[in-house]
Design a protein around this ligand. Sequence first.
Ligand code: I85
Length: 347
Amino acid sequence: MNSISRTPKTSPITDDYDISNTVLGLGINGKVVECQEKRTGIKRALKVLHDSAKARREVELHWRASGCIHIVEIIDVYDNTYGGKRCLLVVMECMDGGELFQRIQDNREGAFTERQAAEIMHSICVAVRHLHDSNIAHRDIKPENLLYTSMQPNAILKLTDFGFAKETLTPADTLQTPCYTPYYVAPEVLGPEKYDKSCDIWSLGVVMYILLCGFPPFYSNHGLAISPGMKKRIRLGQYDFPEPEWSNVSPEAKNLIRGMLSVDPAKRLTIHQVMASPWVRQHAHVPQTPLYTHALLRDAGDAWADVQDEMTRSLATMRVDYDQVQIKALEQSNNSLLNKRRNKVGA
Ligand code: I85
């Protein structure tokens, strides 16, 4: 863990940057606009957040996660008054290549292949491994948060938006006490930590599924809102690999998806298991089977917006559900160490 907590600059951002009116995107917590560093002329992306505990946490976790080639880098953070309101202004490297699926849709270099899908999955997995190893769950992995550095063929794919990220340190980690030896630690003390990280693995499974065929594993029968039927199918893990789209996809890829979309979070693969799978580890040797993805995404039209909305909604549901599981698990555990800790905190 990075123990050096960085502090935002309090000098006016306009001393160092020219801020443009060009909006690059709208997040739930704030908008992202283009800006330019005065000293170098380099174009950057600026995310404007109204100051709050939530905004502070987003910045803190994103800052801590920077330094991975597959995570959008933070350049600078300012704590400024902006239009009479206190704001956190996050300057990031500008991702000039746009969103992952947009790029596949626009693909002009022939068919999109299973090997290309594996290369993309490998990139995303590197980002997620970096986060999980740093005790951070992203909890909002979805197509819109996966951006390319440029339009060039060698562009790098990176993960962004830490608006729902969460520290996954367990009660035991927080206790940091020498008051017990690890031989005697009950599983509940080690915590239900797993669930936040497994939420990310589920999302990875959904992204991988879409990469390989161009449509999601779960969707509502009649568009828009997440329907009861769709919810039920997600809960029961009811999805399949329909033909013809999946006919030529390798069994290794399908097995990996099954491991990531396992309904029971305890049985779901960890990021290390995903990365150890031959399909991801040896992504450069995955067969170059042409996929339907490009054609289906291109023809999806407005349906793609629905897919994105549905993914956003099911992620929200999952975060709420898992938070409840964790609260319950903590309340129900009657572990003497935890009780001691509770008394201490209460004192
Ligand atoms: N550059 N989710 C969708 C964007 N460079 N974008 C979103 N949350 C964020 C926007 C709405 C992601 O935290 C987002 C966040 C950060 C960015 C971001 C960061 C760095 C960019 C919400 C672009 C861009 C720039 C030039 C051209 C193009 C895109 O978005 C394009 F290729 F699309 F034309």
